[in-house]
Design a protein around this ligand. Structure first.
Ligand SMILES: Nc1ncnc2c1ncn2[C@@H]1O[C@H](COP(=O)(O)OP(=O)(O)OP(=O)(O)O)[C@@H](O)[C@H]1O
Length: 227
């Protein structure tokens, strides 16, 4: 089943202080099926992260269409209202970025539990602790503030927070960059399970060998196509 049908998707940035228009990617067309793992590949600066952020609607696309077949019907991620995007993010579409945004005086376990608490789930803290344990975050850090954590420790909190809600479409932007072997293996196992359950995965990995055997296909962005 096609979960995401992207046609002629484009994104450029207007840099106001220089008056320049920077194309990130132009006229991308691809589909992603349920349970498929698509690698987004290509050289530095070709628009890989921007593509993920555009699909998550952190950035507004400049043109084209990205038809996502949600449980409530089809929705064009290019034109959808912000309120619908917020709902999709809570229920169906997840994003794992490279960096955690720690908040002052919010503990690791509270930060991870938050998306489930927003849904009124009484088991939110237990699930958060399970996930932090799975990714190998030391137990005495669970109730500490992540702003003082190392890069890898922060990334473990980031992964747990991003993966605590089930997703039908999961966007992964360099999730393994600062992880140790334990956490990389745990992430791989988690993604294997999600894929079996039908989640579509779209990811950028500087070391795609971390995901060897899981990736089904690559979408390679080319510098000459961005312009
Ligand atoms: N907010 C922004 N404003 C202006 N230009 C931007 C912005 N974000 C990204 N760009 C530009 O868009 C292009 C694509 O950036 P992007 O981060 O998507 O590349 P990438 O393929 O993920 O690179 P890398 O492999 O280095 O992580 C780059 O030329 C970048 O400078």
């Amino acid at each position: 089943m096609t979960l995401l049908d992207v046609r002629n998707l484009s994104k450029h940035f207007d840099v106001h202080h220089t008056g320049r228009r920077i194309p990130a990617f132009t006229q991308l067309t691809f589909q992603v099926q349920a349970g498929e793992f698509l690698l987004v590949a290509g050289p530095n600066g070709v628009g890989k992260s921007t593509l993920l952020r555009t699909l998550y609607r952190t950035y507004r696309p400049t043109g084209g269409q990205a038809l996502y077949h949600s449980l409530l019907g089809s929705i064009d991620l290019v034109r959808a209202a912000d309120v619908d995007i917020t709902l999709l993010r809570r229920r169906e579409v997840g994003m794992v970025s490279q960096f955690l945004r720690p908040r002052p005086r919010v503990t690791a376990v509270d930060l991870v539990a938050e998306p489930l608490l927003d849904d009124g789930r009484p088991d939110a803290h237990d699930q958060a602790k399970d996930l932090l344990g799975t990714f190998g975050l030391k137990r005495d850090l669970w109730t500490a503030y992540p702003s003082t954590f190392s890069g890898g420790e922060q990334q473990k909190v980031n992964l747990a927070r991003a993966l605590i809600l089930p997703a039908r479409l999961l966007l992964l932007d360099e999730p393994t960059a600062s992880l140790d072997a334990v956490a990389r293996t745990a992430l791989r196992e988690r993604l294997t399970q999600l894929k079996k359950d039908g989640t579509a995965l779209i990811g950028v990995f500087h070391h795609p060998e971390d995901m060897a055997g899981l990736i089904d296909r690559a979408l390679t962005l080319r510098a000459d196509a961005a312009g």
